[in-house]
Design a protein around this ligand. Structure first.
Ligand SMILES: Nc1nc2c(ncn2[C@@H]2O[C@H](COP(=O)(O)OP(=O)(O)O)[C@@H](O)[C@H]2O)c(=O)[nH]1
Ligand SMILES: [Mg+2]
Length: 330
């Protein structure tokens, strides 16, 4: 930046850096999505196309910013959890948050035509500007972080059970929206489950996991086999074809229960890694960069795993054995 007599205005800028050694969560939320979804005819209560589009934009964010260790999405919101040790933008909160919001929004628009297609496979026109707000929140302990994502997943459950019952009453039961709302006043989870089952034969627990649990994005090493052609050896130039299998870090879209132990046990290496600040900032810097994910998984492969029901809690008589449904306080 060229020096001039106006240079001094730079001093008015603040560069707040986020506290070291804390989990950075960037939560983004669609602005005015109630209106946006109505304008684009999203299916009620859930539009799988729109959710897959949100997931695709979030996968792209993880590939672009590999220090994101996991992400959780429901409805029009997504939470991105950064590695505790990340040195991205020297931990400048404004830059981290605005980059995620901007990258997510642009990807949402770019990928709209692939996901928002009608029954004939034709893209629905995009007639409004989707945009998202964002915030950075810091969590000092793994317990706080787990409670944060549990909070979002329980929110997903409460909203989805209500919306599923509400729209079933309207679309299948012929009630007006006002009548459906009145019908649900004062009801608990068990009442809504019972209503769905006894009046409409719907077992809520058989509704798609993506709707009930939201989407959990995380990294997994996937074996990838490639064929290579080259000389047999230095001495023998005869070409030979070899197959090589590599472990490739890939973003997985899952719908597991984050209130259970299973996810946290599977990813213990990521979530329980010790503080790199213990041995001073020099080592911290090296270690944070040492993850080296970027180079290894620069291509944007996505694997969708088959949804599986949450397994019973593995160990520990902890509160976390409760599922999102049980924890909703109803
Ligand atoms: N029909 C439909 N609406 C959705 C879907 N996902 C999100 N929405 C809408 O987006 C809103 C998101 O909630 P909120 O952020 O509180 O509302 P906002 O302030 O209007 O963005 C929901 O209330 C729905 O109206 C979907 O899959 N189908
Ligand atoms: Mg919103």
């Amino acid at each position: 930046m060229a020096n001039s007599r106006f240079q001094y205005v730079r001093g008015f800028e603040s560069e707040a850096r986020l506290l070291p050694n804390t989990w950075i969560v960037v939560r983004i939320d669609g602005r005015g999505f109630h209106k946006f979804s109505a304008k684009h005819g999203f299916k009620k209560p859930n539009d799988a196309r729109a959710i897959n589009l949100m997931n695709a934009a979030a996968v792209a964010c993880m590939n672009e910013f590999p220090d994101i260790v996991m992400a959780y999405g429901e409805s029009d919101e997504y939470s991105f959890v950064f590695d505790k040790r990340t040195q991205l933008f020297s931990r400048r909160g404004d830059k981290i948050m605005s980059s995620i919001v901007s990258f997510f929004s642009s990807t949402y628009v770019m990928q709209w035509p692939q996901h928002m297609v009608d029954a004939e496979g034709q893209p629905e026109p995009l007639v409004a500007t989707p945009h998202f707000d964002g915030r950075c929140v810091l969590y000092p302990t793994l317990e706080n972080l787990r409670d944060y994502v549990a909070w979002r997943q329980v929110d997903c459950h409460i909203n989805n059970l209500y919306n599923t019952t509400f729209w079933t009453l309207v679309l299948k039961g012929g009630l007006t929206e006002y009548e459906a709302e009145q019908r649900l006043v004062g009801t608990f989870s068990k009442d809504k489950n019972e209503l769905l089952f006894s009046e409409f034969g719907i077992n809520y627990n058989e509704e798609p996991l993506m709707f009930r649990k939201g989407s959990v994005l995380h990294w997994r090493r996937i074996p990838v086999t490639v064929t290579k052609e080259g000389p047999t050896s230095k001495a023998d130039p005869t070409p030979v074809v070899r197959t090589v299998t590599r472990q490739k870090l890939t973003v997985i879209v899952d719908h597991c229960d984050l209130l259970q132990e299973e996810f946290w046990t599977e990813h213990a290496d990521v979530f329980t890694s010790s503080s790199v600040y213990a041995n001073g900032p020099r080592e911290a810097k090296g270690a944070a960069k040492g993850r080296g994910r970027k180079a290894k998984h620069s291509s944007e492969t996505t694997t969708i795993v088959e949804p599986k029901e949450a397994a019973p809690a593995a160990s520990e008589a902890s509160q976390r054995k409760r599922t999102a449904e049980q924890a909703c306080g109803e």
